[in-house]
Design a protein around this ligand. Structure first.
Ligand SMILES: NC(=O)c1ccc[n+]([C@@H]2O[C@H](COP(=O)([O-])OP(=O)(O)OC[C@H]3O[C@@H](n4cnc5c(N)ncnc54)[C@H](OP(=O)(O)O)[C@@H]3O)[C@@H](O)[C@H]2O)c1
Length: 249
């Protein structure tokens, strides 16, 4: 039976992906910063482990307890909507520490085993926001675009070793905790020049009347990447992301 390890399973895409792989009969190592509650169905195939991707000791401990894994899903991440001139240096640092360097640290934790075994699959969740020059999410986009770039190079490095590598690009998903988790980092509403842009962005993010991405879309895209040997490197997830991808290429 195959084993998947997923980061950021406390809510949203990570939680939905963990549920899907459990339903499909996989062993699931669902990791989260603060385990607790009954958010996942009880199962002999489920292991829940604490894991903060910005904490090297936490990564080492989780990987030791997880044992051998076949698929790594780098899903943990957060966003921030701030004009470039107003972003707090600490927010910018945290975005790269979590979204980019956290992903890199997880890759370094599993790649030696995957390379030696000549098998394994890496699935990095980035964002369709990397496909367009959107305002206010510049540093978030940069942190995810950096993951796109390193994943492209990783795919070339791993190809001789039979390790598959994929990028999932979700679209805008108002149904997860992403928007709420971004709110503490918001700056600029007190600036009359930026206020209308920020208010418009918040209203647009919460609007679910147009094409949006559902957590189930992302779980399905991750499932495809994990199980289809012919899955492409780039996989948009969600109706809006599919549209954006088509426009970008
Ligand atoms: N929702 C969207 O519109 C959207 C669109 C494109 C891409 N994405 C990306 O999709 C991924 C999942 O987002 P989501 O929409 O499911 O948002 P979410 O509901 O906020 O889930 C994000 C998860 O990441 C975890 N996380 C944050 N920092 C972490 C850290 N240092 N170590 C370990 N886990 C950490 C969170 O854990 P805590 O509960 O501990 O905070 C949470 O479990 C993220 O990488 C996000 O950037 C989201």
């Amino acid at each position: 039976m195959s084993t998947v390890l997923i980061t950021g399973c406390s809510s949203g895409f990570g939680l939905e992906t963990a549920k899907l792989f459990l339903e499909k009969g996989w062993n699931v190592v669902a990791t989260m910063r603060n385990p607790g509650g009954d958010i996942l169905p009880a199962s002999d195939n489920l292991t829940i482990l604490p894991l903060d991707v910005t904490d090297p000791g936490s990564i080492t401990s989780a990987m030791e307890r997880a044992g051998s894994i076949d698929v790594l899903v780098n899903n943990a991440g957060f966003g921030a909507a701030v004009p470039i001139e107003l972003i707090e240096p600490e927010t910018a640092r945290q975005l790269f520490a979590t979204n980019t360097l956290g992903t890199l640290a997880m890759l370094q934790a599993v790649l030696p085993g995957f390379r030696e075994r000549r098998s394994g699959t890496i699935i990095n969740v980035t964002s369709s926001a990397t496909l367009k020059p959107l305002p206010l999410v510049s540093v978030y986009r940069a942190s995810k675009a950096a993951v796109n770039a390193l994943t492209e190079s990783l795919a070339v490095e791993m190809e001789p070793f039979g390790v598959r590598v994929h990028i999932i690009l979700p679209g805008r998903s108002p149904e997860t905790s992403f928007g709420a988790n971004a709110m503490p980092h918001l700056r600029g509403l007190d600036n009359p020049d930026y206020k209308p842009l920020i208010e418009g962005m918040i209203a647009n993010f919460r609007d679910d009347s147009g094409p949006v991405t559902h957590a189930a879309d992302v779980a399905a895209a991750v499932w495809r990447a994990a199980t289809d040997p012919n899955a492409p490197l780039w996989i948009p997830a969600g109706e809006d992301a599919v549209q954006w991808m088509a426009q970008a290429h």
